[in-house]
Design a protein around this ligand. Structure first.
Ligand SMILES: *[C@@H]1O[C@H](CO)[C@@H](O)[C@H](O)[C@H]1NC(C)=O
Ligand SMILES: *[C@@H]1O[C@H](CO)[C@@H](O)[C@H](O)[C@H]1NC(C)=O
Ligand SMILES: *[C@@H]1O[C@H](CO)[C@@H](O)[C@H](O)[C@H]1NC(C)=O
Ligand SMILES: *[C@@H]1O[C@H](CO)[C@@H](O)[C@H](O)[C@H]1NC(C)=O
Length: 733
């Protein structure tokens, strides 16, 4: 008996040593090489998950991954991914307590409950809520409720609205509240006093775990929140949060739209210089598909950022066991988005070789080195430049030193005090996007900036969500610039054409429809032929629909004074469309949002900004920039709001294009072509090389728009299409 006991003990010890050694190897070794003497076996590809489905990255080959998928509102338990070992076994699934689980299941996503509300009541009092359920809050007498009185649990496991707080304005700082799933210690809110947060078991804390009431009577750091291991931030929430900070930094208001939105941070005048460092995880756990999705999202982000009126420079770093520069900020071309995008596309993942650990430290150190170089070079205005570091990671492992060390050096370089909080760090923003269920939230939370009323760390479910976030965040209502639209049609169609309006006029008791475009918050531009005198004398009969079913009425309709449809009747031209342009003044300003915003009008200051041409640029320069080729791609919307492509013909090609229009002339006419199709017309489509879309009835007055650097500018107004050739009257003023 004793002998047996002894043997067991020795075996256990040996086992412990071996497994410890393995852990060490995983953490330290920089490569996962599968160079074994025997052929690796494949794993089974007939795995299942109760209530969901399974996908395989490389047909179950050794080293590949299996992913569990569940319906919306559900998550795979206990893991979402497994890795195939060289023995042909999928990695073991374990619970938090170490017990193994043979079969994965889809579980319902739940919202953690509000557990604490000082001086208030909340009900129902449960630990977890299901999607669709609500929790309600109220305050005791003498206390005012800030935040939401009712919150709904969403399928993402996050609540709608904001954390409820009952406050009586007696203390220096306001009651900092307690987010759902958390408990707070510290009940005194005078200057210098601290509060601490911890999350309920199974939840990870993001944001500041400790906050101090500052002299300014604000709390240091950012709001804490508790995220369940299985829960992710919805792309929508992330986009909104980003719009409030990154987009806020970037938004330079056009002169027409005086800043009405405040972003919780001030933009110093004359600023508008930004260094963007993008750190892309390329470790072994990131599949080719995920890399391509992340790259696509970053391409989208760069194009979007490039549309802002800010001086930008980029650095893109791919990191695995080592960091590699895709583009360095010290490169003279680092401000050129086309160059940056080209370099990004050329980058091969295989450049990292087989060393596929995750060395975030190395990547951040590379950022530090670049910043140090910029600081040395005198003319870079380094001390006035905002530095934004965006980290995209699946956060599975970490080789190398602690990323925090590298950040400390960056902070020192920027002369930022390395205090407990980074509440007022004007020159540095560190955003972290953790993707997937394996991210180490705690570690990433330590790296992300913590600023008042802002979020810098986000946990997304899929790499694909990144693209959605970057597309959405900039057309959010926080951004007031003209000519911005969402590119993807997936969500709300309005956001892909926010300048578009529907105009309804009553002519002889009959409704007539036209389209127009928002050119300022109070003015709509459309075609003059949409109206007759009745509209001009009775503007109230004209209604304008914009955004999501919002309606305004006209207070005046102004046709171009030289517009005269009968102007060439004496020459047998029935309808003459020179100066076919009209303006409608609205009874009320349009509130700028993702679904309603002006298009940029060439020859205006906002258009100068959109074209990055400086405020002094002339109308002629705008024209050159927009039509420097003989054929310019342009778009218009069909009756069903599909974006159709056409081509504006200029120079020699214009004449050819116009000739096609002549086909529609009445045989009795005695006019020359250039008399009817004056210089104020743009000619689209019609050339031999394209069979361009033709505008149809109902499109009249809509904009013909051009896209430059993700910004949209109006080219002209649509006229009825005829015989494959569409004529547009160009803006004349
Ligand atoms: C393993 O899977 C890969 C990819 O499906 C396949 O090409 C290979 O032949 C398989 N190997 C074995 C030993 O079955
Ligand atoms: C930045 O540095 C320059 C030159 O050293 C100095 O003139 C300027 O005032 C500094 N700007 C700020 C915002 O500190
Ligand atoms: C306005 O339009 C209607 C219908 O097209 C037409 O009958 C009417 O004569 C027009 N009014 C004027 C003043 O042109
Ligand atoms: C403007 O017109 C719309 C639509 O007719 C109406 O709902 C709104 O109340 C009007 N606003 C003002 C300020 O008159």
């Amino acid at each position: 008996m004793t002998m047996q006991g002894c043997v067991v003990a020795v075996l256990c010890a040996a086992y412990l040593v071996i497994s410890f050694g393995e852990v060490q190897k995983q953490e330290e070794s920089e490569d996962y090489d599968y160079d074994y003497a025997y052929l690796p076996k494949n794993c089974s590809v007939s795995e299942s998950i109760a209530g969901g489905w399974v996908s395989y990255s490389e047909g179950g080959a050794a080293g590949s991954t299996l992913t569990y998928h569940c319906e919306e509102g559900h998550y795979p338990f206990p893991v979402s991914q497994r890795v195939c070992s060289t023995e042909g076994e999928w990695s073991t699934m374990r619970l938090a307590n170490g017990r193994t689980v043979a079969q994965a299941t889809c579980k319902e996503v739940l919202c953690p409950a509000q557990l604490q509300l000082d001086n208030g009541e909340f009900w129902p009092r449960e630990q977890w809520f299901r999607s669709g359920e609500t929790q309600e809050f109220s305050c005791q007498d003498g206390f005012t409720l800030y935040g939401s009185a009712v919150r709904n649990c969403t399928p993402w496991g996050e609540w709608t609205g904001t954390t409820p707080v009952c406050d009586d304005q007696v203390d220096d700082c306001m009651n900092p509240g307690t987010p759902p799933g958390a408990l707070r210690s510290g009940d005194h809110f005078r200057v210098g006093e601290k509060v601490q947060y911890r999350c309920h078991m199974g939840l990870d804390l993001l944001g500041s775990s400790e906050r101090v009431c500052l002299e300014s009577r604000e709390w240091s750091g950012s709001d804490a929140r508790c995220l369940a291991q299985f829960a992710f931030d919805s792309p929508n929430m992330v986009a909104q949060a980003m719009a409030g900070s990154l987009a806020g930094v970037m938004d330079v208001t056009s002169p027409e739209f005086k800043k009405k939105v405040s972003f919780g941070r001030s933009i110093r005048p004359g600023e508008g210089r930004l260094n963007v460092f993008i750190l892309l995880d390329n470790s072994g756990s990131i599949s080719e598909k995920h890399f391509l999705e992340a790259r696509k999202a970053i391409e989208g982000l760069i194009r979007k950022l490039d549309s802002y009126e800010v001086n930008l420079k980029y650095e893109i770093i791919s990191y695995a066991s080592q960091a590699r520069n895709i583009v360095s900020i010290v490169d003279p071309e680092s401000h050129n988005a086309d160059y940056v995008l080209h370099e990004l596309r050329e980058f091969k993942r295989t450049d990292h070789g087989t060393k596929r650990g995750t060395n975030l430290y190395a990547a951040l150190h590379m950022v530090y080195a670049s910043m140090a170089f910029l600081k040395e070079s005198k003319e870079s205005k380094f001390n006035e430049t905002q530095n934004v570091i965006l980290i995209v990671t699946d956060g599975q492992s970490n080789t190398g030193k602690s990323p925090k060390n590298a950040l400390m050096r960056i902070r020192a370089l920027l002369d930022l005090k390395d205090s407990l909080d980074h509440t007022h760090e004007n020159l540095l923003d560190v955003y972290v996007f953790g993707v997937g269920s394996e991210v180490r939230k705690k570690e990433l939370n330590e790296i992300a900036s913590k600023k008042q009323k802002e979020k810098h760390i986000f946990i997304l479910e899929k790499f694909k969500d990144l693209g959605e976030v970057f597309d959405e965040m900039i057309s959010d209502s926080a951004v007031t610039m003209c000519g911005i639209a969402q590119e993807s049609v997936k969500k709300s169609k309005e956001n892909t054409r926010p300048w578009n309006v529907e105009i309804t006029t009553m002519i002889m008791g009959k409704m007539e429809n036209c389209k127009g475009s928002i050119v300022t918050q109070n003015w709509i531009m459309t075609a003059a032929h949409c109206f007759n005198e009745t509209a001009v004398t009775h503007p109230k009969t004209v209604t304008v629909k914009h955004g999501k079913h919002e309606v305004k009425t006209a207070v005046s309709v102004i046709l171009h004074p030289q517009y005269n449809v009968r102007g060439l009747r004496h020459k047998n031209v029935k309808e003459f469309y020179d100066y076919d342009i009209a303006l409608i003044k609205l009874n009320q300003s349009i509130q700028v949002s993702g679904a309603s915003r002006p298009i940029c009008l060439p020859c205006t200051k906002p258009a100068s900004s959109a074209l990055k041409m400086g405020p002094e640029s002339t109308c002629e320069q705008h024209k050159k920039a927009l039509f420097h080729l003989e054929e310019t791609q342009a778009h218009f919307l069909t009756k069903n709001y599909e974006r159709k492509q056409t081509h504006i013909q200029t120079g020699a090609k214009r004449l050819e294009c116009i000739k096609h229009a002549a086909v529609t002339f009445s045989p009795e006419t005695t006019v020359s072509l250039t008399e009817v199709v004056t210089d104020r017309f743009l000619c689209t489509g019609g050339s031999q090389s394209y069979k361009d879309a033709v505008t149809c009835k109902g499109d009249s007055g809509g904009s013909l728009f051009l896209r430059k650097r993700q910004r949209y500018l109006q080219g002209g107004c649509s006229k009825l299409g005829q015989q494959g050739c569409v004529l547009q009257t160009i803006k004349d003023t």
